[in-house]
Design a protein around this ligand. Structure first.
Ligand code: M7G
Length: 338
């Protein structure tokens, strides 16, 4: 995956490039992702759009599928409008043209009027994340799909979900490469090497390390036998508390961001079945922080403290996209009817 973002200091448009690559290794369901194979791009010119996979007016982003010139492989591009940085506000105010954009006259608030604002092009910062080569699995992941709510009881997990999930999901070779320092070693922010309690803390692929306000880190634990929160029990409390304490400490030291400003959570269902914890800014909505998917680390710890086998016993509710293979398995097992 590569990130290219337009920059606009001194009115000069520049490009920052952070690059990586994701490639398919075995069959349709397994994707190895390895940051060591780099594809360098200087422009998006020549990208032939075949489909707008999804768009989100809230995050002001769009996922595009297409090909670079005559390349055989597909590419997926995520374009995101970046937040307006307070340092650039003055420049923007002095340079932007306005056009009256009156859709309707508000009788109740006649002093509120909409304008279209046209800042100079160099101030319209857009971040581009490029997945190239991209597989059908990537296209499926980013394509808009309607969602279905699943209530997963402990029994459904054991009899239906567990037997299938590893075969159906993404390969976690990239995780082992990070843990073994074979990739992204220079990006590690903190590491506790203890095989049971330890973890590696590093920037998530989604964060280009540009804006501190968009911080997105992940802590990947060294132990390889915890697939997801479903496996967590009282014996894992020391691990979870170790991650919470040491990762938050490291973030404070490196970025000067205190724990009260961070959203610390795990996903259920995750895409990758090797336990990891997400750290993002509380001020930024990020994909996957909605409550059908994210479980706060503090709540997870507290639930296990209340009941050692909480996550083995509880019904977990989450959503699945209509093209998720797990959904067809749940339908076949008559867990979901529609
Ligand atoms: P998840 O909860 O399993 O699934 O999180 P999600 O993708 O639905 O959120 C895995 C996290 O790992 C995501 O936030 C990804 O952006 C991140 N990630 C994925 N890969 C392949 C890499 C990688 O190669 N390097 C890093 N640093 N992060 C990755």
């Amino acid at each position: 995956m590569s990130s290219v973002s337009g920059d606009s200091e001194d009115g000069v448009s520049r490009k920052k490039i952070k690059l990586s690559d994701e490639e398919e290794v075995t069959g349709d369901h397994s994707v190895a992702e390895d940051l060591s194979a780099h594809v360098r791009l200087n422009s998006l010119e020549g990208f032939q759009l075949s489909e707008v996979l999804s768009e989100n007016s809230y995050s002001k982003s769009v996922f595009l599928e297409g090909r670079f010139d005559k390349a055989a492989d597909k590419a997926i591009i995520l374009l995101e409008k970046l937040p307006i940085h307070h340092d650039s506000v003055e420049k923007l105010l002095n340079n932007a043209d306005l056009a009256l954009n009156l859709k309707s006259n508000s009788i109740s608030e006649p002093n509120v009027v909409d304008y279209a604002c046209y800042p100079p092009v160099c101030q319209g910062d857009i971040k581009a994340t490029v997945i190239y080569p991209a597989t059908n699995k990537h296209a499926e992941k980013y394509k808009y799909q309607s969602s279905v709510v699943v209530n997963e009881t402990a029994e459904i997990y054991k009899s239906v979900v567990l037997p299938h999930l590893e075969a159906q999901k993404f390969s976690i070779q990239w995780v082992y490469n990070i843990l073994e320092h074979k990739s992204e070693a220079d990006r590690i922010i903190f590491e506790d090497p203890d095989p049971q309690l330890g973890f590696v803390l590093l920037p998530d692929l989604k964060w280009d390390e540009g804006e501190k306000s968009s911080i997105y880190l992940i802590a990947i634990c060294h132990t390889r036998d915890i697939k997801s929160i479903r496996d967590l029990n009282a014996s894992h409390l020391p691990l979870l508390k170790n991650i919470r304490r040491k990762a938050l400490d490291a973030i404070l030291k490196k970025y000067n961001i205190p724990s009260e400003k961070l959203r610390v959570f795990l996903h259920y269902q995750p895409s990758y079945y090797h336990l990891h914890v997400h750290f993002t800014s509380i001020n930024k909505q990020v994909p996957g922080c909605q409550f059908e998917k994210a479980r706060l680390l503090d709540t997870v710890i507290s639930n296990i403290e209340l009941l050692a086998t909480y996550y083995q016993d509880v019904t977990l509710t989450y959503t699945l996209k209509s093209n998720d293979p797990l959904l067809s398995i749940l339908k076949k097992a008559s867990v979901i009817s529609s």
